[in-house]
Design a protein around this ligand. Structure first.
Ligand code: MN
Length: 254
């Protein structure tokens, strides 16, 4: 028997300044959502030309960066360098510590570089591990269409509708999907019981939950689910003007 999870809480991620001239909508790691182990922080960032995140340290955690628009160059003090472009991800295990810079591409048309960055706490035994990087290119991400083509799922990490992602991306077993639902579309996404789970809405208006629990949520919200239940249900109203798009993340609490 499957049980659909109810929403524990849904709230708008307010935009604030961060780094050197960057703007972020932070949801995890604000008074609205703390102690959501192992998730430490979630930022939906917008970096215009001239802004960025100059040299800064990380340790004892992993960061997962998903670029939605533009490109971001990354360079650390150990000489590791690379660029992620729209649709790519970088999984960075800071472990015992790194010092790096994340700087946006200077787009000729002045457009911003947009993405999401999640910070995940490492378990005690991995806190001092050697730093590691793993880039995941958009072309490596399997995807699947369901509900007669009304729902498109990018299986970034984990399993959805029989499709498995690339393995061993992060040390922490996080599941990540980018789900786009056309008006009239619906999805049931399985997830293991007891895993902490949330969705971050990127556009449109999406309903989560069933029956009396059904709640419609607009863009730029963090939707935190109850731990009880082994699936999440989402749909976009027939006749809606926009697709509903969100990223759903789950993790087994350590
Ligand atoms: Mn950083």
């Amino acid at each position: 028997m499957t049980i659909t999870r109810a929403i524990r809480k849904a709230f708008l991620a307010i935009e604030q300044s961060e780094g050197a001239g960057a703007r972020v909508r932070r949801s995890i790691g604000t008074p609205q959502l703390r102690n959501f182990s192992p998730f430490l922080m979630l930022d939906h960032f917008t970096i215009k030309p001239g802004a960025g995140f100059p040299d800064h340290p990380h340790r004892g955690q992993e960061t997962i960066t998903y670029l939605l628009e533009g490109a971001v160059d990354h360079e650390d003090f150990a000489g590791n360098a690379g660029t992620i472009e729209a649709g790519d991800l970088q999984f960075m295990t800071a472990g015992k510590g790194i010092m790096h810079a994340e700087m946006p591409r200077q787009n000729a048309d002045g457009s911003a570089n947009v993405g999401m960055q999640l910070w995940v706490d490492l378990p005690e035994k991995l806190k001092k591990c050697e730093p590691r990087y793993r880039d995941l290119r958009a072309s490596e991400i399997p995807n699947i269409d369901i509900d007669d083509g009304k729902v498109h799922i990018k299986v970034i990490s984990g399993q959805s509708h029989g499709v498995d992602s690339v393995k061993e991306l992060a040390y922490t077993p996080v599941w990540i999907f980018d789900i786009d639902i056309k008006p009239g579309g619906k999805i049931n996404q399985n997830l293991p019981e007891g895993w902490n789970a949330f969705a971050y809405t990127l556009s449109g208006s999406t309903s989560f939950g069933v029956g009396a629990d059904k709640t419609s949520v607009g863009q730029f919200h963090n939707v935190v689910f109850e731990q009880k239940g082994d699936q999440i249900y989402a749909e976009v109203e027939d006749g809606a003007k926009e697709n509903g798009r969100f990223c759903k993340l789950t993790f087994f609490p350590s």
